[in-house]
Design a protein around this ligand. Structure first.
Ligand code: ATP
Ligand code: MG
Length: 444
């Protein structure tokens, strides 16, 4: 996996020896990054900024991934131009973010993110409202601009603080990232406790990269997480929604989930689920989460589409059932009514932490309600269910439930499997058969 890094790192050691400066510079023939691996749009942005007299570098995860021989998810740029100067340079530019102001250069579907070098904060900056910290040390605003050196140490991990120049094709390593990358180590820059307090989402990023890159978390980077995990409560729910998708839908969801549990982060994100975890780790709920995440990883590896509504529908199915059953016992409500109440309660508790958008919760509701409807198949019901736009997703959830719970659900899932794949005549016969069986049962 690290073959690219090790290949050029060997060449690099002599450079490291001779250079005791603030960064290690690796020239074009000593690294494996080539222009053909870089997005054309990112190259355009770099050239244009350079032409206007600004410094501009490819930075962060894209360089890390190229060094590892992986395809980057996106290409980010760091520059000494302010967001306003970037905006003046590009017509297709939009400024975004209040906490961390950025320029987005839009090329159809592709967005190139351009960030101005960040610097250290002074008291004056707080007064001018360009920097702000909460009592817990969290950065509420980080719009103080600085030099490339200052920018490098404000990034999260050593492996994310590389800068690549298109002017001379050199690569700069400011924080020892090459060595860490070569050794497969994830290390926060600076004092981990301070850096996690500044931005608790960095804890999630540590876990995400550990799972994605199959790397070890350096002990002082790992150690504070369990203790500081509750700080995630301070993160806006919309940001946690974005992060949760990156965690669970990037192709390493199952391993990420195991690490999130190990570091007590899962309970911060999904308390509704965590409350039902068991000692032996073998409840229906735990089996469901394992299965849906493994299926999702498989689909992503095979370039199949995944829908977060389905993932979340599977996540919360058993918590909803559990709560509905409890309400029935406690209040004597009909199961159907208790079930609707449970959907509302579980979603409202969860959405306070992770803002799952309405367009997804609507689909989740359909998938859940179809689970109840799929039991009643007589008359025209089965045909109506088959026509429902969310039938396929509901059937997939039914199938997973059947493989977990076994018993009667296995027969029900098999029936629906046959019903959807057979001719209309056979479907009519299957429904008739159901009525006969029911009558026979009623007689006995
Ligand atoms: P990927 O895009 O594969 O998820 P990435 O490292 O590129 O990984 P981005 O979210 O695209 O992640 O961020 C780009 C870069 O910005 C990072 O590599 C890092 O240098 C910096 N960065 C992102 N988030 C933070 C953060 N919370 N704190 C400090 N630096 C950050
Ligand atoms: Mg990125």
């Amino acid at each position: 996996m690290f073959k690219h890094v090790s290949r050029f790192c060997r060449k690099m050691f002599h450079i490291e020896e001779q250079k005791k400066s603030r960064y290690i510079s690796i020239s074009r023939n000593e690294h494996n990054i080539s222009r053909k691996d870089i997005s054309e749009n990112a190259l355009k942005v770099l050239y244009r900024l350079n032409k206007q007299g600004y410094e501009a570098y490819l930075v962060g995860g894209c360089i890390r991934d190229l060094l590892l021989g992986k395809t980057p998810k996106d290409f980010d740029i760091a520059t000494n131009a302010t967001p306003e100067q970037v905006q003046k340079t590009f017509r297709n530019c939009r400024l975004v973010g209040k906490r961390f102001r950025l320029a987005h250069i839009m090329f159809g579907k592709e967005i190139i993110e351009v960030a101005t070098f960040r610097g250290e904060h002074s008291n004056q900056d707080e007064q001018n409202n360009i920097a702000k910290r909460s009592q817990s040390g969290m950065l509420l605003r980080d719009n103080v601009y600085g030099t490339i050196e200052q920018d490098a140490v404000r990034r999260d991990f050593t492996m994310n603080a590389f800068y690549y120049s298109i002017k001379d094709f050199t690569l700069r390593d400011y924080c020892g990232g090459l060595k860490d990358l070569q050794n497969g180590i994830i290390r926060l820059i600076g004092d981990p406790k301070v850096r996690y307090r500044e931005d608790p989402v960095r804890m999630l990023r540590t876990i995400r990269f550990a799972a994605k890159l199959d790397m070890q978390i350096e002990p002082t980077t790992a150690e504070p997480i369990k203790h500081l995990a509750p700080l995630l409560k301070n993160i806006p729910s919309a940001r946690l929604f974005d992060e949760s998708l990156k965690l669970l839908q990037s192709g390493n969801g199952y391993n990420t989930y195991l690490l999130l549990r190990k570091y007590h982060l899962f309970e911060q994100l999904f308390p509704v689920i965590e409350r039902l975890f068991t000692q032996n780790n073998n409840s229906y709920l735990e089996k469901m989460i394992e299965q849906v995440l493994k299926n999702t990883d498989y689909r992503i590896t095979n370039k199949q589409r995944v829908n977060p509504a389905f993932l979340f529908a599977a996540f919360f199915w058993y918590p909803i059932i559990e709560q509905a059953q409890l309400t029935c016992v406690e209040s004597g409500l009909l199961f159907h009514d208790a079930f609707s109440m449970a959907i509302n309660d579980v979603l409202s508790e969860q959405c306070r932490i992770i803002a799952i958008p309405k367009r997804l919760t609507t689909i989740m509701g359909d998938i859940w309600r179809l689970q109840l409807r799929m039991k009643k198949r007589e008359g025209k019901r089965a045909f109506a269910i088959l026509e429902h736009p969310k039938f396929r997703a509901a059937y997939d959830l039914l199938e997973m439930r059947a493989s977990i719970e076994k018993g009667e659900l296995l027969a029900l899932a098999k029936w629906w499997d046959e019903f959807q794949h057979t001719s209309v005549e056979k479907r009519i016969a299957m429904v008739k058969q159901l009525s006969k069986t029911n009558k026979r049962r009623a007689k006995h």
